[in-house]
Design a protein around this ligand. Structure first.
Ligand code: FAD
Length: 408
């Protein structure tokens, strides 16, 4: 593992940092909730916002990144990506996270595009990829159903052939950002008689197709990050299938070989700890919201500091594996699980620092320390150990693939 940038890497780092410094719209310089992991607030919501200045910021940022080919840094150049190496992506992601700059393109960039590059027809690529790269079209992912989450292959939403169309009936749930999306990619059952992994197809559809209804779900943090998505006789052309019919499970599991270190989480949590320390150290004794018996939780802050440093090292380990041509396996599970659980522990520790003041939800109250950011994060980090594979599923992977333990 090489901890130092090479000369070229240092130059690239400067280029990215200067670009962000000059082109990031002011709206995204506040560092407030832009870098949401589900990518459903921040940029994707802004581009559909009724607030003209939010919309303008989203468009300007997408245009700036598009000029550099940095909306999809990991896509191959022939498809309009930047074709960055794993180390360049790592540096790019580090600099974006340091500035708390929002990623652009959401699931179109991270999931649909890579899947289409590998499995899509030339017509599909020509139609969809440029619109993702310009920030013109945003996508949502319709995989989970009310009874199919961790065991996704049990999904029941049915697509029946009728001439040149599929007719879709069923329901998806937790569809992040569907209320701001233009298109949906979904896994649907096309052969109910086949073994469960072999009767699924991967379909793309305009989210305004008649019969398709998106209903936002309010979470306990008073946000609407996801939706219920209902299908009632939704007609989609058979040409909208990506890959082969009934092979959609394997299509849906495709990802391009992009950087998976999770470095942005480690950088964000480090920044949070620094802000907490700054607050604690600058409060005057007569006007402090830090609890009286602060010494009792000093050790917890030290623990969080250690954990964030461990997370950094996990990130470096993964990116160095990828850089030497290895594919992270259970290591990615270690990273996801440890990162999301560190996030929750950090939020909990932050709320403890402020004792009863942490009961305040309001950001604007003079009594809310640090704009209630820890209270809000305490509530809003709950889903992080559920999406993208729950902590229990990650532990299963670590136990079986990592430690060679027998399956339960
Ligand atoms: C914020 C957020 C955004 C999301 N966005 C999307 C999206 O855009 N599109 C989409 O399709 N889905 C999305 N999801 C859904 C997500 O993928 C599922 O919530 C996740 O796969 C878990 O499925 P489930 O909720 O049905 O829980 P279940 O799978 O029913 O799990 C319930 C509990 O049982 C545990 N469990 C399940 N199986 C096992 C096992 N084998 N061993 C041990 N424990 C087990 C789980 O860990 C969990 O604690 C999102 C979820 C969240 C929270």
């Amino acid at each position: 593992m090489d901890w130092q940038d090479s000369l070229e890497q240092a130059q690239f780092r400067t280029e990215v940092a200067e670009f962000i410094q000059t082109r990031l719209p002011d709206r995204y310089r506040s560092g407030d909730d832009n870098n949401d992991e589900t990518q459903t607030t921040g940029w994707q919501a802004d581009r559909k916002s009724n607030d003209a200045s939010a919309k303008e910021s989203a468009i300007n940022w997408a245009d700036a990144l598009a000029e550099k080919g940095w909306i999809a840094p990991h896509w191959p150049k022939e498809y309009g990506g930047a074709g960055l190496s794993v180390m360049e992506q790592f540096i790019y992601n580090q600099e974006m996270a340091k500035a708390d700059a929002p990623p652009v393109g959401g699931m179109g960039v991270s999931l649909l595009g890579p899947t289409m590059i590998v499995h899509g027809s030339e017509e599909q690529k020509a139609e969809h990829l440029p619109k993702i790269l310009s920030g013109e079209v945003a996508w949502a992912q319709g995989y989970s159903e009310p009874s199919s989450g961790s065991d996704l292959a049990s999904l029941q939403t049915r697509a029946t052939r009728d001439g040149d169309d599929f007719v879709i009936n069923g329901q998806k749930i937790w569809t992040s950002g569907a209320q701001y999306a233009d298109w949906l990619f979904a896994l649907v059952r096309t052969d109910p008689e086949a073994p469960k992994h072999r009767g699924i197809s991967f379909l793309v559809m305009d989210i305004t197709t008649p019969g398709l209804t998106v209903r936002p779900i309010v979470d306990m943090g008073w946000q609407e990050p996801f939706n219920e998505t209902f299908f009632e006789d939704v007609r989609v052309s058979t040409s909208n299938i990506v890959g082969e019919e009934n092979r959609g499970w394997y299509v849906g599991m495709t990802l391009l070989d992009f950087e998976r270190s999770g470095i942005s989480g480690a950088i964000e949590y480090e920044r949070t700890i620094k802000e907490l320390l700054k607050y604690v150290n600058s409060e005057s004794e007569s006007d402090t919201k830090v609890r009286d018996d602060f010494e009792s939780i000093r050790h917890q802050i030290a623990d969080r500091y250690l954990e964030v440093n461990v997370l950094f090292n996990f990130a470096f380990r993964i990116v160095s594996m990828q850089n030497s041509g290895m594919v992270p396996n259970y290591e990615a599970s270690v990273n996801k699980m440890f990162g999301s659980e560190t996030h929750q522990r950090l939020a909990r520790t932050g709320t403890k620092v402020f004792g009863l003041y942490s009961n305040l939800w309001s950001e604007d109250s003079e009594y809310s320390p640090m704009r209630s950011s820890f209270t809000r994060d305490y509530v809003r980090s709950v889903p992080h150990t559920i999406f993208s594979g729950s902590s229990e599923i990650q532990r299963n992977v670590i136990a079986t693939r990592g430690l060679g333990l027998p399956r339960g």
